[in-house]
Design a protein around this ligand. Structure first.
Ligand code: TYD
Ligand code: MG
Length: 455
């Protein structure tokens, strides 16, 4: 490195990693405000042990053997499903989530299960002392000796130790505490996080070790969030949920080895995370009876239909501008659906506040719940409950039409399983749902039809 060069600095968006020569108030890439932080640019990372030491391996696709057994299952069904069937050796996985949501707990449990299958694991923590990890581990169960712990934040040393010991799986908790000597910015900065991930990638691909990286989602400050490294890793999982409630949802956002959009549902108890094998039942727990403004709808999360309760509260506005609030779904969708109700059905909501909530804290973006949202708003507006054994789903278009949704049979099956009696579905599904037993299907063409059938 030329010592005479004045050390320069650049600005990075801590949210998405966008690089700029000057400070900006809003990131042009991810549109977040106040996310730029200044970092020096003298990255001097040694490239020792990179793949270029080895002769290149060039093969024809037909020659490469690949079997499903190549994936290592943990035995935690919910986790394996989100991972696309299991852990691919030599893959790099990012587990992101808010601080305190349970990422360390989840990965420690994964370690415990893998260790029982004689997988050799090195859990490297930069956040907690060995004693603290032990205190947590004792709550989770009996750990086999195959799980080894280490407290370390210097990635140069970690790389050395890992290449000497060659474990099967390495956990890095968390990427924001790790640093490389060759990068002069502080741990957690965008350049440190990126370069560190590069080293971990080398460990994963070069030595065939599966690496899990914990990344905290940060709300402010100069600490880089996990989105900065999403594009570098093979699999991205986010652990979400309301910190005040006990359930947690593990969501696959990116997966180079399997389907994304799968979710795994867990419940946090005093002995760690427990799998929730029937999430619909869990989401509908504690439903109020005969209350206005509530209806159950169904969202496909990956390959699984999950029933969710939609709650709406519509009340006259006390101030000039009506308030609209959506929790668990998109506020723009709520505004759009209320406009459809005004214009196409003639329900005047201009002087009403409206709050919509998906009970259970799950976030749903699927359009299939549109019809449920519309009906819950009408139910609250008219103060008339919808029968508790009714379920509705369908996408609502701008002309007030109810459009078809995918995998309608799977959704109805789930509703029948949980004892629902009436199902309001799009007209287009009439052919595919000819002979349904045990559940009454009502086919609707428009939102107005649906409102007539629901009450
Ligand atoms: P943790 O895994 O430390 O979160 P993260 O690594 O994402 O920051 O989870 C900590 C929370 O989980 C903490 O609030 C306590 C709770 N918890 C339980 O409720 N039961 C348990 O058995 C464990 C280990 C943690
Ligand atoms: Mg942690």
């Amino acid at each position: 490195m030329n010592k005479n060069v004045k050390s320069k600095s650049v600005f990075f968006c801590t949210e998405c990693g966008y690089e700029s020569a000057k400070w900006m108030g809003q990131c042009p890439a991810c549109k977040n405000w106040n996310t730029f932080s200044e970092e020096p640019v003298n990255v001097n990372v040694s490239k020792k042990g990179s793949f270029s030491d080895k002769p290149p391996v060039i093969m024809k696709i037909s020659e490469i053997s690949m079997t499903e057994e190549d994936k290592i299952t943990t035995g935690i069904t919910e986790f394996d499903r989100v991972m696309g069937g299991g852990i691919v050796p030599g893959s790099l996985t990012l587990v992101g989530g808010d601080p305190g949501i349970g990422k360390s707990t989840l990965l420690l449990q994964v370690c415990m299960h893998l260790g029982r299958k004689n997988n050799r694991i090195l859990y490297i923590s930069g956040e907690e002392s060995l004693k603290q990890i032990k205190m947590r581990a004792v709550r989770l169960g009996d750990f086999p000796d195959a799980v080894e712990l280490m407290c370390e934040t210097n990635l140069d040393r970690i790389e050395e130790i890992v290449s000497l010991r060659k474990p099967d799986t390495v956990i890095i908790d968390s990427i924001q505490t790790m640093y490389l000597d060759g990068v002069s910015s502080a741990p957690g900065s965008v350049s440190q996080v990126r370069e560190s991930t590069g080293v971990l990638m080398r460990i994963a691909k070069g030595l065939g070790i599966s690496v899990f990286i914990v990344g905290h989602v940060t709300k402010e400050g100069t600490v880089a969030g996990p989105r900065v490294l999403e594009h570098m890793v093979d699999t991205v999982l986010y652990f979400e949920g309301d910190r005040h409630a006990s359930y947690r949802i593990l969501r696959g956002v990116k997966n180079r080895f399997g389907a994304t959009d799968e979710i795994g549902v867990f419940e946090m108890r005093e002995n760690g995370l427990n799998e929730v094998l029937n999430p619909s039942e869990f989401m509908l727990n504690g439903r109020p009876e005969g209350a206005g403004g509530c209806i159950v709808s169904c969202s496909m999360e990956g390959t699984r239909p999950i029933l969710i309760e939609i709650q709406a509260l519509v009340s006259p506005t006390n101030f000039g501008i009506p308030r609209r609030q959506a929790q668990g779904t998109d506020i723009n969708k709520l505004n759009l659906l209320m406009a459809v109700l005004e214009k196409r059905v003639g329900i005047s909501l201009g002087n009403c506040d409206a709050y919509v909530n998906i009970a259970g804290g799950i976030k749903v973006s699927e359009p299939a719940i549109d019809l449920g949202i519309v009906l819950s708003i009408v139910s609250s507006f008219r103060n008339k409950p919808i029968p508790a054994d009714t379920i509705a789903f369908g996408e609502v278009g701008l002309s007030g039409e109810v459009r078809s949704v995918s995998q309608i049979e799977g959704r109805i099956g789930e509703a029948r399983k949980l004892g629902f009696k009436k199902c309001i579905v799009p007209e287009s599904a009439r052919e595919s749902l000819k002979n349904q037993k045990g559940i009454e299907t009502v086919f609707v063409k428009s939102v107005a039809d649906a409102i007539n059938c629901a009450f």
